[in-house]
Design a binder for this molecule. Structure first.
Ligand SMILES: [Mg+2]
Length: 184
């Protein structure tokens, strides 16, 4: 499976649960926008590494809402401390999905440390997270998403990007739209 397949499954989960969805910078945002643009989506246009932290803050500030973050291996490797921060609180309404395609997909698929020896599911467990899942097919991701609303899912994926177009909205429009829907 590729990132786009994971995004399709996550979008279905988001719609079914009316979750707030944070997507990390670069092609993940473009692919999410291409698959399904909706006000629940928060597209990050900067701040590489911080999608999981923003999602965590959102989950803590809105315990009545389900929050999902789509992150990548490169971004989590850049901000690995996020796994310990999440472990220190483990909100019941927060689900972090790390699409681990073993590459910096948005900059040309240069290999990341997960293409060698680093195992992000083990890092997440070692950081103290109690709910960590690992999947490697669309079917197992769908099954896991159907039964899990919190914790961390590491999706083992193949590198590869679609040619999803650039998001046409301004940052101001993205944040205003998202704030309006997340305030409900
Ligand atoms: Mg990657």
């Amino acid at each position: 499976m590729k990132r786009i397949d994971a995004i399709n499954e996550i979008v279905s989960k988001t719609k079914a649960t009316d979750a707030l969805l944070v997507a990390n910078i670069g092609i993940p945002c473009k692919e999410l926008h291409h698959v399904c643009d909706m006000p629940n989506n928060f597209y990050m246009l900067g701040s590489m590494g911080l999608a999981s932290s923003i999602g965590l803050g959102l989950a803590l500030s809105r315990p009545d809402k389900k929050v999902i973050t789509i992150d990548g291996d490169g971004s989590v490797l850049m901000n690995m401390g996020t796994l310990a921060t999440i472990a220190s609180v483990q909100p019941e309404n927060y689900l972090l999905v790390i699409v681990d395609n073993r590459a910096y997909g948005s900059t040309g698929n240069q290999p990341t440390a997960t293409s060698k020896n680093t195992d992000l599911a083990e890092v997440a467990k070692g950081a103290g997270n109690n709910e960590v899942y690992e999947v490697d097919t669309s079917e197992t991701l769908r099954e896991t998403l159907s039964s899990v609303d919190n914790g961390i899912i590491v999706v083992k994926a193949e590198p590869g990007n679609t040619d999803a177009p650039v998001i046409g909205m301004s940052p101001e429009t993205i944040i205003k739209r998202f704030m309006d829907i997340s305030a409900l």
